[in-house]
Write a protein that binds this ligand. Structure first.
Ligand SMILES: NC(=O)c1ccc[n+]([C@@H]2O[C@H](COP(=O)([O-])OP(=O)(O)OC[C@H]3O[C@@H](n4cnc5c(N)ncnc54)[C@H](O)[C@@H]3O)[C@@H](O)[C@H]2O)c1
Ligand SMILES: [Zn+2]
Ligand SMILES: [Zn+2]
Length: 385
């Protein structure tokens, strides 16, 4: 079938992307879902820094690639053998499918699935190969098994987590990456105890999700650190007990038992390590360029019995954790809506990448027009904060 999607045609074009237009919104061809796969009609898709990192070359992926990995939609067709989701079911995409069979899949989310990671790196689906083609039949890569910046996608069943209809599309989309990653960095990796302060370094979509998750626990102070004043103001509104620029946090000698780094650069990682107190844990979530290097003092780690832990996909089991976050949202304990700084349309995607790169957004969400629903994203295309 024919779909319309946002395809990255070339890595590393100059900013502003509104002028250089590395992402083109074009017609694409989708194969029908194979065995164990789903055809999903997209309703909403969030713009994450991990999309931007493919555009700017920090995270090298094969191109052309249909971007977008934080998305939600409704199942429109199921492939052979899929008997546990029905047509019409709303699903949240998980950006790393878990095969459920490899050794890493038996670690309760601690380690990323081996075949899932290999498929993602190759721009393929977990079942192998691609279901995406350009309109003239050339190869087109999937992004993290999702490619959610499109009207439709074919995904592996294991890349999709059902959610109830009461979770609106834009909230459901953001559960798939920002909340799963940021929330999991706190709940699954940092695991603050009673009274423990949690510091979050980097307050974009992922870091802000970590912050609201820590606030919802109510175990101790939650402190936000970012260089952008608007991000600090937002963190205060969302319940941070204090906010600092990185320089202020370091000068104040701030130390905490749990520090989450969600900025994605080596300086922020160094800051997060420096803010971690005796016996504390630094959880690093950001994905800097593969060549980025950081400096830390080994003696401090040893003598202070500190831990540095990497967390991918929120160290999560998406099928277990996404319903938990949906329930926290439902009960009013996790204000996921507050992470959404603006909405846009597929045609506004280059502008949205600029806004993200310039620190003007927390989470921007692309809304799709779905027949039968009220028009979504009408008048969008802008991408302010
Ligand atoms: N581990 C995972 O599974 C996973 C999942 C999603 C995203 N990510 C990565 O997490 C990072 C954050 O993603 P996002 O979408 O929230 O990005 P974002 O661009 O929305 O947010 C990053 C924030 O970090 C701040 N920042 C930059 N340098 C800083 C510094 N030195 N000190 C303090 N703050 C600083 C920025 O001002 C910005 O607010 C990215 O690297 C992204 O690729 C990882
Ligand atoms: Zn993401
Ligand atoms: Zn696996």
């Amino acid at each position: 079938m024919r779909a319309r999607g946002a395809v990255l045609v070339e890595i590393g074009r100059e900013r502003p992307y509104a002028s250089s237009r590395p992402v083109e919104v074009v017609d694409v061809e989708l194969d029908p879902p194979g065995p164990g796969e789903l055809l999903v009609r997209m309703e909403a898709a969030g713009v994450c820094h991990s999309d931007l990192s493919v555009v700017d070359g920090n995270r090298v992926r094969p191109v052309p690639m249909l971007l977008g990995h934080e998305a939600c939609g409704r199942v429109e067709q199921v492939g052979e053998g899929v008997d546990d989701v029905a047509v019409g079911q709303r699903v949240v995409m998980a950006f790393l499918p878990r095969c459920g069979e490899c050794a890493n899949c038996r670690t309760e989310g601690r380690l990323p699935c081996t075949p899932g990671s290999a498929a993602n790196n190759a721009g393929e689906l977990l079942g192998g190969g691609r279901r995406l083609h350009t309109s003239d039949g050339a190869e087109l890569h999937h992004h993290l098994g999702v490619s959610g910046f499109a009207t439709h996608a074919v995904v592996d069943r294991r890349s999709a987590v059902p959610v109830d209809d009461d979770v609106p599309p834009e909230v459901a989309a953001v559960l798939g990456c920002a909340v799963l990653t940021g929330g999991g960095a706190v709940l699954n990796a940092g695991k603050p105890g009673e009274g423990d302060t949690v510091v979050v370094v980097g307050l974009g979509g992922v870091g802000m999700a970590a912050l609201i998750t820590a606030v919802s626990l109510g175990r101790g102070d939650v402190i936000g650190v970012d260089a952008v004043p608007e991000k600090l103001a937002r963190a205060s509104e969302l319940g941070a007990s204090a906010v600092f620029t990185p320089a202020e946090a370091l000068e104040n000698g701030l130390k905490a038992p749990v520090v989450v780094e969600a900025a994605g650069n080596a300086r922020a990682f160094e800051t997060a390590v420096a803010l971690t107190g005796v016996g504390g844990t630094t959880v690093t979530v950001g994905l800097p360029a593969p060549t980025a290097e950081a400096t830390i003092t080994p003696l401090g780690i040893t003598a202070e019995a500190r831990t540095i832990v990497g967390s991918y996909l929120g160290s999560a089991v998406p099928a277990r954790d996404i319903p938990t976050y949906a329930q926290m949202w439902r009960e009013g304990r996790l204000p996921v809506d507050a992470l959404i700084s603006s909405t846009t349309t597929l045609d506004g995607i280059n502008e949205a990448m600029d806004a993200l790169a310039e620190g003007r957004a927390v989470r921007q969400v692309v809304l799709f027009d779905v027949p039968g629903d009220a028009p979504a994203g009408a008048g969008g295309g802008g991408s302010g904060s």
